[in-house]
Design a protein. Structure first.
Length: 172
């Protein structure tokens, strides 16, 4: 199965706010960022990692126009990505593209919109920079790792060392 050949329309013309892009569109720059807090202990090698949640992706849509009818088709579609009127509350909108869906990106807001730029004789592009939108939810957690099996402490000194190691781990 080759998705580009089987259904190129899905990849070349994403749906934004339930409307198919009227222009050939390149989708790029989307990632799946994760945030980690690195907690280091004084005098210790290594660190404890605490997962603090998923970051927000920042995909970019690049629209291509090379015919007069492309610019005509763009005007009504632009209202989706245009800056809202002064005093109006901006809203997120849905976006459908297979590569974005794979990363869980289904709703976005506009961060920035560039002017039309001539790339080549008669070929113009416009970039619309997006930020993923989703409700926040709790997401703290420490990663788990394989624990080494340790022989129980034999002497009083070994037991004291084990107790101190436990204290250091609890403080880290």
């Amino acid at each position: 199965m080759n998705p580009f050949l089987d259904d190129p329309d899905l990849y070349d013309f994403p749906r934004i706010a339930d409307k198919r892009s009227p222009l050939l569109t390149d989708v790029s720059g989307a990632t799946s960022p994760r945030h980690w807090d690195e907690k280091k202990g004084y005098g210790l090698s290594g660190a404890t990692l605490v997962y603090t949640g998923d970051g927000l992706a920042k995909p970019v849509l690049r629209f291509f126009a090379w015919r007069p009818e492309h610019f005509v088709a763009w005007e009504p579609f632009r209202t989706i990505v245009a800056k809202p009127p002064s005093g109006a509350k901006p809203t997120a909108f849905s976006i459908e593209h297979p590569f974005l869906a794979e990363l869980g990106i289904v709703s976005v807001v506009v961060e920035d919109e560039t002017m039309w730029t001539q790339q080549d004789a008669g070929l113009y592009t416009k970039d619309v920079k997006l930020i993923q939108w989703r409700e926040s939810k709790p997401a703290l957690g420490k990663p788990t790792a394989t624990q080494w099996m340790q022989a129980p402490a034999q002497s009083a000194a070994d037991k004291a060392i084990d107790d101190l190691v436990k204290q250091v781990k609890a403080l880290a």
